[in-house]
Design a protein around this ligand. Structure first.
Ligand SMILES: O=c1ccn([C@@H]2O[C@H](COP(=O)(O)O)[C@@H](O)[C@H]2O)c(=O)[nH]1
Length: 278
């Protein structure tokens, strides 16, 4: 399979954008027709129908879609079927499929997670929680053409609690934990170049700039624009033209709370895609 960075470049070229539309179907916020118990499209089926409509409405301006697995798993077994249907819709759109499950565990468990994400759901990339160390990241780096976006500087307020701590590495060098994490992931991915990317939140653009400077070729997945306060301008400046996907979920999914949600989503996606153009 073609290395992920080349596939990312192709998807960005085809859509003319670096936008990733996040698929977080929240029953509290989806249009009533998809969320209410009375409707035949309620529950997991409603979530899938809503996401498919969003994919159709926004695919022209999106390079990728990112289903957040939590919003599907919450429905139990039906949620898995819904996720499967949404993944199929994303694949049919020709855009990249980023599976946001934030997985990470000991080797044999990690390999089963990777099998599920890459061989079963056919994701192009996934998000990986690296706290268990290099052997927990490695299973996600063994799939040619796929990318593991390793969480390094997350967008949430508590992200700095651990990520900013300064620690001495085996080489005696003092660096922040997030930088150790990034270096560790790059070493773990030595075997298959292009398989390691990073999640770098838009809410800390100064750290995004540091990651980009340290790893100019690494794909970055950047959440946190819009609803969390990050801005497209800050991200573009910090990224300095490197390979990137900028995610927005709520700002697109719930651009209109009810009728006309597809049009509102299309317009919101288009505006953000335009503001992310270099
Ligand atoms: O650091 C991180 C890592 C992942 N996320 C995920 O991205 C989206 C953001 O949603 P918005 O509605 O655009 O704020 C969501 O799925 C998160 O789980 C993140 O926000 N920050």
């Amino acid at each position: 399979m073609t290395p992920f960075p080349a596939r990312l470049a192709a998807a960005s070229g085809a859509s003319g954008s670096v936008l990733c539309v996040g698929l977080d179907p929240d029953p509290e916020r989806m249009p009533a027709a998809f969320a209410s118990g009375a409707s035949e499209t309620a529950g997991a089926t409603g979530a899938a129908a809503f996401c498919r409509a969003i994919v159709e409405a926004t695919a022209e301006r999106a390079a990728a879609f990112k289903p957040n697995l939590a919003f599907f798993e919450a429905y139990g077994p039906d949620g898995w079927d819904a996720l499967d249907a949404v993944c199929e819709a994303v694949r049919a759109s020709g855009r990249l499929l980023i599976l946001d499950g934030k997985r990470g565990d000991i080797g044999n468990t990690g390999r089963r997670y990777a099998t599920s994400l890459y061989d079963r759901l056919l994701g192009d990339a996934s998000t990986v929680a690296p706290y268990m160390g290099s052997d927990s990241v490695a299973p996600f780096l063994e799939h040619e053409g796929r990318c593991a976006f390793v969480l390094v500087t997350t967008s949430n307020p508590g992200g700095a609690d651990l990520q900013a701590l300064v620690a001495r590495g085996a080489d005696g060098d003092e660096r922040s934990l997030w930088r150790h994490t990034a270096d560790m992931a790059i070493r773990a991915g030595d075997g298959l170049p292009g398989t390691v990317g990073f999640v770098a939140g838009a809410t800390r653009p100064e750290l995004l700039a540091e990651i980009r400077e340290a790893y100019p070729e690494a794909p970055l997945l950047v959440p946190g624009v819009g609803a969390q306060g990050g801005t497209a301008g800050d991200v573009l400046r910090a990224n300095a033209g490197g390979p990137i996907l900028v995610n927005s979920s709520r700002g697109i999914l719930y651009a209109s709370g009810g009728d006309g949600f597809e049009r509102a989503a299309r317009e919101a996606a288009s505006r953000l895609a335009d503001s992310l153009a270099p």
